[in-house]
Design a protein around this ligand. Structure first.
Ligand SMILES: Cc1cc2nc3c(=O)[nH]c(=O)nc-3n(C[C@H](O)[C@H](O)[C@H](O)COP(=O)(O)O)c2cc1C
Length: 228
């Protein structure tokens, strides 16, 4: 089949677009508003953007009234947010924290979650989530969209502190993802969990490239050639 979004209909019962970009990691984002109210919400339009320094982004559509979402407003107003890893064990809490609630409702409490203080930023971390990033706000890209909810605010933040629970590091110091079982979004109301992995290394001995693939700033910097 073939379609052109907004031009040639797909003709299917359900729109396939979100099912084509899978699995999407979940940015479970905690923020504070200017009055100190806690906020927590999941964003599957989430990614790392680069690793040296580490930068992440989440993309928020508008709420059902066409208003910018709280996570965006809070990150912009306070200059900080925290990313929490969403796991199989925490899946129900992730879901509950997605409800569209008044600004002063604390989704940590609504979802029965305990808070952990952060070190460098004020928004709290989700206790029980095995990995959290403390982030400082960089900027927002806004894409005008169709309909009330279509416009997207893409928020970028620099990762200034990383917390990894000791029990999810294996004896070699690798993050044991299969132990964590992160959840990820697919299309429709479907999710998946990370339950398998395989290794593959780019052929050849291009060490800077491999340093980037591995996500090692030290190796990438040491092996890359200085321009000129
Ligand atoms: C797993 C999951 C992923 C979601 N991903 C997004 C997303 O990428 N962008 C978005 O605008 N809303 C997304 N939502 C909906 C938001 O979580 C929801 O609108 C929430 O109320 C926003 O809260 P906030 O206004 O406190 O930021 C997602 C919901 C779930 C359950």
């Amino acid at each position: 089949m073939y379609y052109e979004p907004g031009v040639i209909p797909h003709g299917l019962k359900y729109d396939p677009f979100k099912s084509c970009v899978v699995p999407r990691p979940i940015g479970w984002i905690s923020t504070l508003d200017r009055d100190g109210n806690h906020n927590l919400a999941p964003y599957s339009q989430f990614q790392n953007v680069t690793f040296d320094p580490p930068i992440v982004m989440f993309a928020a559509n508008q709420d059902s009234k066409g208003v910018r979402k709280d996570s965006v407003r809070n990150a912009e107003d306070t200059g900080e947010f925290v990313w929490n890893m969403a796991t199989w064990d925490l899946r129900e809490a992730v879901n509950i924290s997605a409800q569209e609630l008044p600004r002063d409702v604390d989704e940590f409490e609504r979802a029965g979650l305990e808070k952990l203080a952060s070190r460098l930023v004020k928004p709290m971390r989700v206790k029980g989530s095995p990995i959290q990033f403390e982030c400082t706000y960089l900027n927002t890209l806004r894409f005008p969209g169709n309909g009330v909810m279509g416009s997207a605010d893409v928020v970028f933040g620099k990762v200034v502190a990383v917390h990894i629970a000791d029990e999810v590091l294996d004896p070699d110091g690798l993050v044991d993802i299969l132990k964590i079982r992160p959840i990820a979004r697919m299309g429709y109301f479907d999710y998946t969990t990370v339950d398998s992995k395989f290794r593959m290394v780019i052929p050849g001995d291009q060490r800077a490239l491999l340093g980037g693939l591995e996500g090692s700033p030290d190796k990438a910097r040491a092996e890359a050639q200085t321009p000129g």
